[in-house]
Design a protein around this ligand. Structure first.
Ligand code: 4NP
Length: 152
């Protein structure tokens, strides 16, 4: 089955653009997008540090443009993966029904990696971005593997 996957963080410029680029490469036949719960960066390209770490790992995310999560995303997507618990609360706050809520999962938890967040690297250094890249890549590969084993 083909799936529509949405990656969500706060600004849609650091973490979710990486998750978007990595999942799109991992599952090229699925539709993948990303959004932010906040509105500060609407229309901006990903943070230059995310662009660089993606590029250094063979992924181009320069085409992406930040947008804000909206209610319609609950109908447009089958899976909504959030990076941290605040993202979870902010997305759930927009839900209207249980079906909406059931689509929302913490990325690492969905990957069987525990309840840990993908830490916000915005105020940190380059190492934080590499850490986000590695964590998100592991999570995306594990989710893809789970789906493959379940023939989803
Ligand atoms: P993101 O990182 O949620 O991974 O895109 C952030 C980007 C911007 C801000 C916070 C986090 N900000 O406060 O502007």
């Amino acid at each position: 089955m083909s799936k529509r996957i949405l990656m969500v963080c706060l600004g849609n410029i650091c973490r979710s653009p990486l998750a978007h680029g990595i999942m799109a490469e991992t599952l090229p036949h699925y539709f993948v997008d990303s959004a932010g719960t906040g509105s500060y960066h609407i229309g901006s390209p990903p943070d230059s540090r995310s662009i660089r770490v993606a590029h250094d790992n063979g992924i181009d995310i320069r085409y992406q443009s930040a947008r804000q999560f909206q209610y319609n995303d609950f109908t447009e997507f089958d899976h909504i993966f959030v990076m941290d618990r605040q993202n979870y609360r902010d997305v759930i706050a927009k839900a209207n029904r249980q079906d909406d809520i059931d689509k929302v999962e913490l990325l690492c938890e969905a990957a069987g990696m525990g309840m840990r967040p993908v830490p916000d690297p915005y105020y940190g250094d380059d190492e934080g971005f590499q850490n986000v890249f590695d964590l998100v890549k592991t999570a995306c590969h594990r989710i893809a593997e789970q789906w493959k084993q379940n023939h989803e």
